[in-house]
Write a protein that binds this ligand. Sequence first.
Ligand code: AMP
Length: 367
Amino acid sequence: MRQVCVLGDGQLGAMLRDAGRRLGLYVETLDPESSDALPESAPRRHAIITAEREHWPDNGFTRNLQAEPGWLNASAFAALTDRQSQKTLLDNLQLPTAPWCPVTVDANLHSLRTALGGEFLLKRRRGGYDGRGQWRSESAGEEGMPDWHDVAIAERCIDFSTELSLIGARDAQGNMVFYELTENFHAGGILQISLMQPGRFARWQREAELYHARLMSHLQYQGVLAIEFFVTDAGLLINEVAPRVHNSGHWTQAGASIDQFEMHLRAISGLPLVTPMQPGCSVMVNVIGRAVDPACLALPGTRLHWYGKQERAGRKLGHLNFFHPDAARAAEWLRRLPLDVTFAESRERALRALVGPNQAREADMAL
Ligand code: AMP
């Protein structure tokens, strides 16, 4: 049996393990924080080595792992894990992205506003996720800008109508497949809800795939990669790229014939890559901060994926998936889901996307 090792043992790794079991691949997840040496076991010497995260501590274990012949996507990690080199690569490949500049030692609020033509965000170059490691210039008070010189980039605040992501995969031969574009609803920088409705973003699908393909080909990438986009009046702008399976692709577990975890394993282990069937509407809702309300499980069609983590404010603890061929049924499920008030705005926007403003309003009145 072919062995796959995954750097990282969070929920993404666990879901890759499950997918491996289905495919008959042995997938082992490795915690880079707790190991200090790579055991010299023979099978691992021949393993395919992938990652479920793009940041890891620099220690003997991670250095050994990256020196293994089976370590994949070294150049992608080198280019994408630092926002500054990621943005530079996107510019070099002429992939549209939010205007940005480095935060040099002499940069200040005024110089950055001038350089970017208005309000901007500071984003830490490494380690920021779920909106962490970000600061908005509109919020600048007395104390001004944080001292993130050299450790952040500045990016113009984008006026977008919605946020989309495209999950795609490439194998060693250069074959590529893509899922349908997913619409994502965030609050406070954290993804709350993802929606996939076949054909809804047909207008953008081809363009998004061309950008995605250009990036994966350039990096000779193997596996699943996710690109997040802003939809603006001027077209798609890339927000960020994640060289791994992604939260906005979790809906594929219920709504696609091959989910993103299986797709990743197929792509890295030489199994056939085929475009999955995605025949209806999929809704994914993250469970954030607090244990899931058991009433969610009373709604037919609910599929819960629980990560077994301790409750903590803002932490993703699990997710709920729902799939139905009919958008109205998907909306009905989302309406009835007992969610915390912090989801109100995302849910409202997602309902509008699913059934249009009138039906979303009628449903609100009925609640
Ligand atoms: P990120 O961690 O870069 O994905 O950012 C988290 C969220 O912050 C995004 O999903 C957007 O909702 C928002 N955001 C990030 N960059 C920008 C930007 N340049 N302009 C406006 N909103 C942004």
